[in-house]
Ligand binder design. Structure first.
Ligand code: ADP
Ligand code: MG
Length: 269
Protein backbone atom coordinates (compact mmCIF):
# COMPACT_ATOMS: atom_id res chain seq x y z
CA UNK A 1 0.00 0.00 0.00
CA UNK A 2 1.18 3.52 -0.76
CA UNK A 3 2.26 5.46 2.26
CA UNK A 4 0.80 8.62 0.80
CA UNK A 5 -2.37 9.02 -1.21
CA UNK A 6 -0.99 12.23 -2.64
CA UNK A 7 2.52 13.59 -2.64
CA UNK A 8 3.66 17.05 -3.72
CA UNK A 9 7.38 17.41 -4.30
CA UNK A 10 9.10 20.77 -4.65
CA UNK A 11 6.20 22.53 -6.30
CA UNK A 12 6.82 25.99 -7.70
CA UNK A 13 4.42 28.36 -9.40
CA UNK A 14 4.93 32.07 -10.00
CA UNK A 15 2.62 34.72 -11.40
CA UNK A 16 4.82 37.45 -12.85
CA UNK A 17 7.16 38.31 -10.00
CA UNK A 18 4.99 36.71 -7.32
CA UNK A 19 6.09 33.31 -6.06
CA UNK A 20 2.63 32.04 -5.22
CA UNK A 21 3.89 28.52 -4.41
CA UNK A 22 7.57 28.29 -3.57
CA UNK A 23 9.20 24.87 -3.19
CA UNK A 24 6.28 23.19 -1.43
CA UNK A 25 6.52 19.50 -0.54
CA UNK A 26 4.12 17.40 1.57
CA UNK A 27 2.14 14.18 1.58
CA UNK A 28 -1.36 13.26 2.69
CA UNK A 29 -2.14 9.75 3.93
CA UNK A 30 -5.23 7.58 3.48
CA UNK A 31 -7.95 8.58 5.94
CA UNK A 32 -6.04 11.67 7.06
CA UNK A 33 -7.47 15.18 7.38
CA UNK A 34 -4.69 17.58 6.48
CA UNK A 35 -5.33 21.31 6.88
CA UNK A 36 -3.51 23.88 4.79
CA UNK A 37 -3.66 27.24 6.53
CA UNK A 38 -2.06 30.63 6.06
CA UNK A 39 -3.01 34.28 5.63
CA UNK A 40 -4.84 35.53 2.55
CA UNK A 41 -2.53 35.42 -0.45
CA UNK A 42 -0.31 32.74 1.13
CA UNK A 43 -0.77 30.46 -1.89
CA UNK A 44 -3.33 27.96 -0.61
CA UNK A 45 -5.68 28.09 -3.60
CA UNK A 46 -2.77 28.07 -6.04
CA UNK A 47 -1.47 24.99 -4.30
CA UNK A 48 -4.86 23.27 -4.65
CA UNK A 49 -5.03 24.21 -8.31
CA UNK A 50 -1.60 22.68 -8.91
CA UNK A 51 -2.84 19.44 -7.36
CA UNK A 52 -6.12 19.18 -9.24
CA UNK A 53 -4.76 20.14 -12.65
CA UNK A 54 -6.32 23.59 -12.90
CA UNK A 55 -2.81 25.02 -13.03
CA UNK A 56 0.49 23.56 -14.18
CA UNK A 57 3.48 23.97 -11.88
CA UNK A 58 6.59 25.75 -13.19
CA UNK A 59 8.47 22.84 -11.67
CA UNK A 60 7.91 20.04 -9.21
CA UNK A 61 6.04 16.77 -9.14
CA UNK A 62 2.58 15.66 -8.03
CA UNK A 63 2.08 11.96 -7.36
CA UNK A 64 -1.27 10.34 -6.74
CA UNK A 65 -1.37 6.73 -5.52
CA UNK A 66 2.27 6.47 -6.51
CA UNK A 67 1.79 7.65 -10.10
CA UNK A 68 2.86 11.01 -11.41
CA UNK A 69 -0.09 13.21 -12.37
CA UNK A 70 1.82 16.51 -12.76
CA UNK A 71 0.25 18.68 -15.43
CA UNK A 72 -2.65 16.34 -16.26
CA UNK A 73 -5.86 18.22 -17.06
CA UNK A 74 -8.53 18.45 -14.31
CA UNK A 75 -10.86 15.94 -15.90
CA UNK A 76 -8.19 13.27 -15.95
CA UNK A 77 -7.03 14.05 -12.44
CA UNK A 78 -10.65 13.72 -11.28
CA UNK A 79 -11.05 10.39 -13.04
CA UNK A 80 -8.07 8.99 -11.19
CA UNK A 81 -9.89 9.64 -7.92
CA UNK A 82 -9.21 13.22 -6.87
CA UNK A 83 -12.49 14.82 -5.86
CA UNK A 84 -13.11 18.41 -4.99
CA UNK A 85 -15.98 20.36 -3.58
CA UNK A 86 -17.47 23.13 -5.65
CA UNK A 87 -19.39 26.24 -4.89
CA UNK A 88 -22.94 25.02 -4.59
CA UNK A 89 -24.17 27.63 -7.03
CA UNK A 90 -22.77 25.20 -9.59
CA UNK A 91 -25.59 22.76 -8.83
CA UNK A 92 -28.90 22.96 -10.63
CA UNK A 93 -31.20 24.88 -8.33
CA UNK A 94 -34.39 23.80 -10.03
CA UNK A 95 -33.47 20.14 -9.76
CA UNK A 96 -34.06 18.23 -6.55
CA UNK A 97 -31.32 17.29 -4.16
CA UNK A 98 -31.61 13.66 -5.28
CA UNK A 99 -31.44 14.60 -8.97
CA UNK A 100 -28.28 16.62 -8.46
CA UNK A 101 -26.58 13.66 -6.84
CA UNK A 102 -27.97 11.25 -9.47
CA UNK A 103 -26.51 13.48 -12.13
CA UNK A 104 -23.11 13.36 -10.44
CA UNK A 105 -23.27 9.58 -10.07
CA UNK A 106 -24.22 9.20 -13.73
CA UNK A 107 -21.57 11.65 -14.91
CA UNK A 108 -18.96 9.58 -13.16
CA UNK A 109 -20.20 6.46 -14.90
CA UNK A 110 -20.61 8.12 -18.29
CA UNK A 111 -24.37 7.51 -18.19
CA UNK A 112 -25.34 11.12 -18.75
CA UNK A 113 -26.94 10.53 -22.11
CA UNK A 114 -29.60 8.56 -20.34
CA UNK A 115 -30.50 11.20 -17.82
CA UNK A 116 -33.02 12.95 -20.00
CA UNK A 117 -34.80 9.75 -20.92
CA UNK A 118 -37.38 7.96 -18.76
CA UNK A 119 -34.37 6.40 -17.00
CA UNK A 120 -34.37 9.49 -14.80
CA UNK A 121 -34.68 7.23 -11.81
CA UNK A 122 -31.26 5.75 -12.56
CA UNK A 123 -28.94 5.68 -9.54
CA UNK A 124 -31.74 7.01 -7.31
CA UNK A 125 -31.07 4.39 -4.64
CA UNK A 126 -27.37 5.15 -4.58
CA UNK A 127 -28.10 8.86 -4.44
CA UNK A 128 -30.39 8.33 -1.46
CA UNK A 129 -27.76 6.27 0.35
CA UNK A 130 -25.18 9.02 -0.09
CA UNK A 131 -27.65 11.70 0.93
CA UNK A 132 -28.63 9.78 4.03
CA UNK A 133 -24.94 9.54 4.95
CA UNK A 134 -24.49 13.30 4.73
CA UNK A 135 -27.60 13.90 6.85
CA UNK A 136 -30.02 14.91 4.12
CA UNK A 137 -32.45 11.97 4.11
CA UNK A 138 -35.36 14.31 4.72
CA UNK A 139 -34.48 16.70 1.92
CA UNK A 140 -34.05 14.48 -1.11
CA UNK A 141 -37.15 15.69 -2.96
CA UNK A 142 -36.63 19.41 -2.37
CA UNK A 143 -35.24 21.62 -5.13
CA UNK A 144 -31.68 22.74 -4.28
CA UNK A 145 -32.79 26.35 -4.71
CA UNK A 146 -34.83 26.27 -1.47
CA UNK A 147 -32.23 24.64 0.78
CA UNK A 148 -30.48 26.38 3.66
CA UNK A 149 -26.84 27.20 2.94
CA UNK A 150 -25.50 24.59 5.36
CA UNK A 151 -27.58 21.89 3.67
CA UNK A 152 -26.34 22.96 0.24
CA UNK A 153 -22.82 22.41 1.49
CA UNK A 154 -23.83 18.85 2.35
CA UNK A 155 -25.24 18.35 -1.14
CA UNK A 156 -21.93 19.62 -2.46
CA UNK A 157 -20.17 17.00 -0.35
CA UNK A 158 -22.48 14.22 -1.57
CA UNK A 159 -21.79 15.28 -5.17
CA UNK A 160 -18.04 15.08 -4.53
CA UNK A 161 -18.44 11.65 -2.91
CA UNK A 162 -20.38 10.39 -5.94
CA UNK A 163 -17.03 10.06 -7.72
CA UNK A 164 -15.77 7.80 -4.92
CA UNK A 165 -12.62 9.88 -4.49
CA UNK A 166 -9.48 8.61 -2.78
CA UNK A 167 -8.53 12.21 -2.10
CA UNK A 168 -10.93 15.05 -1.46
CA UNK A 169 -9.73 18.64 -1.92
CA UNK A 170 -11.81 21.22 -0.08
CA UNK A 171 -10.84 24.86 -0.55
CA UNK A 172 -12.62 26.89 2.14
CA UNK A 173 -15.38 24.30 2.57
CA UNK A 174 -17.11 26.13 5.42
CA UNK A 175 -16.93 29.68 4.04
CA UNK A 176 -20.16 31.49 4.74
CA UNK A 177 -21.44 28.94 7.25
CA UNK A 178 -22.42 29.59 10.87
CA UNK A 179 -19.80 28.42 13.41
CA UNK A 180 -21.92 25.50 14.65
CA UNK A 181 -22.60 24.33 11.10
CA UNK A 182 -18.88 24.44 10.28
CA UNK A 183 -17.98 22.13 13.10
CA UNK A 184 -20.81 19.76 12.13
CA UNK A 185 -19.73 19.62 8.49
CA UNK A 186 -16.09 18.97 9.28
CA UNK A 187 -16.99 16.33 11.88
CA UNK A 188 -18.92 14.58 9.11
CA UNK A 189 -16.00 14.92 6.70
CA UNK A 190 -13.70 13.42 9.34
CA UNK A 191 -16.03 10.42 9.78
CA UNK A 192 -16.24 9.91 6.02
CA UNK A 193 -12.46 10.08 5.71
CA UNK A 194 -12.07 7.31 8.31
CA UNK A 195 -14.84 5.14 6.87
CA UNK A 196 -13.58 5.32 3.32
CA UNK A 197 -9.85 5.62 3.92
CA UNK A 198 -10.23 8.84 1.96
CA UNK A 199 -7.51 11.46 2.34
CA UNK A 200 -8.77 15.02 2.78
CA UNK A 201 -6.79 18.20 2.17
CA UNK A 202 -8.64 21.34 3.16
CA UNK A 203 -8.06 25.04 3.68
CA UNK A 204 -9.92 26.75 6.45
CA UNK A 205 -10.01 30.09 8.20
CA UNK A 206 -11.86 29.00 11.31
CA UNK A 207 -9.20 27.84 13.75
CA UNK A 208 -11.78 25.95 15.85
CA UNK A 209 -12.41 23.79 12.80
CA UNK A 210 -8.70 23.38 12.05
CA UNK A 211 -7.65 22.55 15.58
CA UNK A 212 -10.75 20.45 16.22
CA UNK A 213 -10.59 18.23 13.15
CA UNK A 214 -7.25 18.29 11.36
CA UNK A 215 -4.93 15.36 12.02
CA UNK A 216 -2.07 17.49 10.80
CA UNK A 217 -1.65 21.12 9.79
CA UNK A 218 0.55 22.74 7.16
CA UNK A 219 1.19 26.47 7.37
CA UNK A 220 1.90 28.43 4.23
CA UNK A 221 3.21 31.99 4.20
CA UNK A 222 4.10 33.86 1.02
CA UNK A 223 4.24 30.63 -0.92
CA UNK A 224 6.50 28.75 1.49
CA UNK A 225 5.67 26.06 4.00
CA UNK A 226 6.79 27.50 7.33
CA UNK A 227 5.44 24.84 9.69
CA UNK A 228 3.99 21.36 9.73
CA UNK A 229 2.73 19.28 12.61
CA UNK A 230 -0.17 18.49 14.90
CA UNK A 231 -2.62 21.25 15.74
CA UNK A 232 -0.88 21.65 19.09
CA UNK A 233 2.61 21.88 17.57
CA UNK A 234 1.51 24.40 15.00
CA UNK A 235 -0.42 26.49 17.50
CA UNK A 236 2.68 26.76 19.68
CA UNK A 237 5.11 27.43 16.85
CA UNK A 238 6.58 30.97 17.23
CA UNK A 239 6.95 31.41 13.47
CA UNK A 240 3.27 30.67 13.01
CA UNK A 241 2.31 32.99 15.83
CA UNK A 242 4.35 35.73 14.15
CA UNK A 243 2.57 35.24 10.86
CA UNK A 244 -0.77 35.45 12.61
CA UNK A 245 0.06 38.61 14.55
CA UNK A 246 1.41 37.64 17.89
CA UNK A 247 -0.83 34.84 18.98
CA UNK A 248 -4.18 36.58 18.54
CA UNK A 249 -4.75 34.71 15.35
CA UNK A 250 -8.06 33.04 16.08
CA UNK A 251 -9.86 36.37 16.07
CA UNK A 252 -7.69 37.65 13.25
CA UNK A 253 -8.55 34.78 10.99
CA UNK A 254 -12.20 34.67 11.89
CA UNK A 255 -12.49 38.29 10.78
CA UNK A 256 -11.02 37.84 7.37
CA UNK A 257 -13.15 35.00 6.16
CA UNK A 258 -13.46 35.60 2.43
CA UNK A 259 -16.50 35.39 0.26
CA UNK A 260 -16.81 32.14 -1.69
CA UNK A 261 -14.34 32.16 -4.59
CA UNK A 262 -16.24 32.98 -7.80
CA UNK A 263 -13.39 31.60 -9.88
CA UNK A 264 -14.03 28.06 -8.78
CA UNK A 265 -14.96 26.02 -11.76
CA UNK A 266 -18.33 24.35 -12.13
CA UNK A 267 -18.38 20.56 -12.17
CA UNK A 268 -17.99 19.01 -15.57
CA UNK A 269 -21.15 17.28 -16.68
P1 ADP B 1 -4.66 32.06 -0.86
O1 ADP B 1 -5.57 31.05 -1.43
O2 ADP B 1 -3.75 31.52 0.22
O3 ADP B 1 -5.38 33.27 -0.36
P2 ADP B 1 -3.70 32.39 -3.58
O4 ADP B 1 -3.16 31.08 -3.96
O5 ADP B 1 -5.05 32.74 -4.09
O6 ADP B 1 -3.64 32.56 -1.98
O7 ADP B 1 -2.71 33.52 -4.06
C1 ADP B 1 -1.30 33.47 -3.82
C2 ADP B 1 -0.63 34.62 -4.53
O8 ADP B 1 -0.68 34.42 -5.93
C3 ADP B 1 -1.28 35.98 -4.29
O9 ADP B 1 -0.27 36.96 -4.25
C4 ADP B 1 -2.18 36.14 -5.49
O10 ADP B 1 -2.38 37.51 -5.77
C5 ADP B 1 -1.37 35.47 -6.58
N1 ADP B 1 -2.22 34.86 -7.62
C6 ADP B 1 -3.04 33.82 -7.45
N2 ADP B 1 -3.64 33.49 -8.61
C7 ADP B 1 -3.18 34.36 -9.54
C8 ADP B 1 -3.41 34.56 -10.94
N3 ADP B 1 -4.24 33.75 -11.62
N4 ADP B 1 -2.76 35.55 -11.57
C9 ADP B 1 -1.90 36.36 -10.89
N5 ADP B 1 -1.63 36.23 -9.59
C10 ADP B 1 -2.26 35.25 -8.89
MG1 MG C 1 -7.68 30.93 -1.47
Amino acid sequence: MQRFTLEAQNLHRSFGGVRAVDNVSFGVRPGELLALIGPNGAGKSTCFNLLNGQLKPDSGVVKFLGNEITGLPPRRVARRGVGRTFQITATFGSMTVRENVQLALMANRKELRRFWTPARRLRGGQADTLLERVGLAGQVNRPCAVLAYGDLKRVELAIALAGNPKLLLMDEPTAGMAPQERVGLMALVAELARERGMAVLFTEHDMDVVFGHADRVLVLDRGRLIAEGSAEEVRNNPLVQDVYLGGGFEEELAEVEPEPDPEQEAPEC
